[in-house]
Design a protein around this ligand. Structure first.
Ligand code: ZN
Length: 249
């Protein structure tokens, strides 16, 4: 992909094998994008790992990063750090992965740069594991990337952090379906989670990045949560993981 070309980018993260949520995002975004950046955790927790991997792989001009659940699904010992629910789901996911999905996940990198943007799953300081969930952690991560902007996921919360001229950092929550001009200040931007939101909003989250306009538009879209939950029950995935989708937490 030519970095110099102007792009309209669909930015998404933490799909977590939730195909109804992924399909709702793609339907909502329609033709508003020509490029896709996926910030990792395509699988884990949800009932559709192969369907989600197949769908993501087919998206145009795709850059996809490796998340901690993608690593765990491939058989990493890092699964030992998971809580019991995540571990149960990761072990289930391991038994379901197709050869094509394994090959796809194994080929992902933990950090990419595209024009003015650094892309990671978790944080530029610890690409796969650190949670940027406070202003202090965000502040400490700004020196860890050299581009103006860094896109991250992992916390499952749609938000952004802005570095001001004096070196101070503030959190700026999204105003949905409004284009946020990026120009001027360094930012850490999180599109939220497609398949398992944890910011008390159960709708699937994603963002549209317009390279020509220099703007970021956060979006939420409803999806048939009950369809995902029914498949999770059939797969005997943990009840807590099923129930949390209703509350978005
Ligand atoms: Zn995740």
């Amino acid at each position: 992909m030519a970095a110099a070309a102007l792009m309209r980018v669909l930015v998404m993260s933490d799909i977590h094998a939730n195909l109804p949520a992924l399909q709702a995002v793609l339907a909502d975004a329609q033709d508003a994008y020509d490029t896709v950046w996926c910030l990792g955790d395509v699988v884990g927790y949800g009932p559709n790992p192969n369907e989600c991997a197949d769908t993501v792989r087919a998206l145009p001009n795709l850059t996809c990063l490796r998340g901690n659940h993608d690593v765990a699904a491939l058989g990493s010992s890092q699964i030992d750090d998971f809580n019991q629910y995540a571990k149960t789901a990761a072990l289930w996911t391991r038994t379901k992965l197709s050869a094509a999905t394994r090959e796809f996940l194994a080929g992902l990198n933990s950090r990419e740069a595209r024009g003015d943007f650094t892309l990671v799953h978790a944080s530029p300081r610890a690409e796969v594991w650190e949670y940027i969930d406070t202003v202090d952690v965000a502040h400490d991560n700004f020196p860890m990337f050299s581009t103006p902007y860094c896109l991250f996921g992992h916390t499952h919360r749609a938000t952004s952090y802005v570095l001001d001229d004096a070196g101070g950092c503030t959190e700026k929550l999204p105003e949905y379906r409004q284009a946020l001009p990026l120009a001027g200040q360094r930012r850490l931007l999180n599109p939220g989670s497609v398949g398992q939101p944890r910011d008390r909003n159960p709708k699937a989250a994603y963002a549209l990045l317009d390279d020509a306009a220099g703007s970021w538009e956060a979006r939420r879209v409803a999806y048939p949560i009950a369809d995902t939950q029914q498949q999770m029950r059939a797969a005997q995935l943990p009840a807590l993981l099923i129930e949390r989708l209703d509350a978005g937490r």
